[in-house]
Design a protein around this ligand. Structure first.
Ligand code: SAM
Length: 244
């Protein structure tokens, strides 16, 4: 046995499963997950791994049985309780596919509770593949240690997002607003970011007229839509979210 442990320590594979987890529960993996653990991560019977189901925290599990295209796991003890995710939603006008994928991955890592594609007058009319975005969010949650997944919501028209008066609507306005770092306060919040072409004057007036809307500025430069979304979310987490 070596005198000192190997450094950096090997981290355990971490997998999201749709089944509700608990001590002693058996988990039958589908062919895709079994292939990933068996052939990519090279797990064998007796190997340890971590599981989460999005609700009950994180669990240590062991590979019980490996068969062709199939793997059975046995859940042992809970390693972490489910975390409290700050109640912050990100409403974004979908951009091109690669940038939208990137935005969903990074917003998941940063801790957004819900991601809402918003249809604005200048939103690029590409179809939003929710199943694809959900798969990206799952992979990001597996990698970053989240125990809860962000909700990937159906696309909503801008008007519906504005009408939700239960939440403070922080509106990233490239024409000016309160400094983001002083504007954000703890509490239910939606961050709204516009499309590449920006909001129309009519949309901007509609948003600004909502009593729960707070226009925010993200500095003197015009940011790409996905940069603006992540800059706003990062600032929120630092001053009002769970980085405080
Ligand atoms: N086409 C617009 C223009 O040239 O003025 C720029 C739109 S910008 C690429 C996309 C979105 O990012 C904006 O609608 C806004 O929500 C956000 N954004 C970008 N830079 C910003 C800034 N400095 N402050 C606040 N929001 C910003």
């Amino acid at each position: 046995m070596p005198a000192t442990p190997a450094w950096p320590p090997k981290s355990l594979p971490r997998l999201f499963v749709r089944q509700r987890l608990g001590e002693g529960v058996g988990v039958e993996l589908d062919a895709g997950q079994a292939n990933y653990l068996g052939n990519v991560m090279r797990l064998k019977a007796g190997s340890d791994l971590l599981l989460f189901d999005g609700q009950s925290g994180e669990w240590m599990a062991r590979v019980a049985e490996v068969a062709k295209k199939r793997m059975t796991l046995s859940v042992e003890q809970r390693t972490r309780e489910a975390e409290e995710v700050p109640d912050v939603w990100l409403a974004f006008a979908p951009v091109k596919r690669t940038q939208t994928d990137w935005l969903v991955e990074k917003a998941t890592e940063l801790g957004a509770a819900r991601l809402i594609p918003v249809i604005t007058q200048r939103t690029i009319a590409e179809r939003v593949r929710l199943d694809r975005l959900e798969a990206i969010a799952i992979e990001a949650a597996e990698q970053c240690g989240r125990t809860r997944l962000p909700v990937i919501a159906e696309p909503l028209p801008l008007r519906t997002v504005i009408e939700d008066a239960e939440r403070t609507l922080y509106f990233a306005d490239e024409t000016g607003g309160e400094r983001a770092a002083s504007a954000f306060k703890p509490g239910a919040a939606t961050i709204l970011v516009g499309p590449e072409g920006g909001f129309t004057d009519e949309e901007r007036a509609l948003i600004r007229a909502a009593p729960h809307a707070v226009p925010i500025s993200l500095g003197p430069r015009i940011l790409r839509a996905e940069t603006a979304a992540l800059a706003a979310l990062t600032t929120y987490m630092a001053v009002a979210g769970d980085w405080r």
